[in-house]
Design a protein around this ligand. Structure first.
Ligand code: DGP
Length: 112
């Protein structure tokens, strides 16, 4: 498993940092965001370290990530309506450089 000792999400994967985990399988983890911006705010991540969407080169893992989103949203009770977001690069707000998909739900959201 590719892991970065300086990455906070890798530390969550390893169990070295606590998190409120809502879904786990062999390749993925989903946990509640520490600074939620909606009633439901969960992050879906690959367990192996991938720094951003631009570094994702595994189609199978990409498919697993995408398919986990509706599953996790459903599990969190917002399966009928949610927003999924991937920030790529600090210029658009990426602050943690381990690929993650935000799932936001449970309130009305404006766009963008
Ligand atoms: P982004 O800005 O797209 O890189 O989102 C990073 C998110 O990660 C941000 O919403 C806050 C969340 N976050 C940062 N550190 C931690 C942590 O230690 N635990 C949890 N659960 N979430 C974290």
């Amino acid at each position: 498993m590719i892991s970065d000792p300086d990455c906070i999400f890798c530390k969550i994967v390893k169990g070295d940092l606590p998190a409120d985990i809502v879904y786990e399988d062999d390749d993925l983890l989903a946990f509640k965001d520490i600074n939620p911006v909606s009633k439901v705010h969960v992050l879906v991540i690959p367990k192996r370290h991938v720094s951003s969407l631009n570094a994702l080169d595994d189609p199978e893992l990409a498919g697993k990530l995408m398919l986990a989103v509706p599953k996790v949203a459903h599990k969190m009770g917002v399966g009928d309506g949610y927003r999924s977001i991937i920030n790529t690069d600090s210029s658009v707000g990426q602050t943690v450089f381990h690929l993650h998909i935000h799932i936001l739900g449970g309130r009305k959201l404006s766009w963008p």
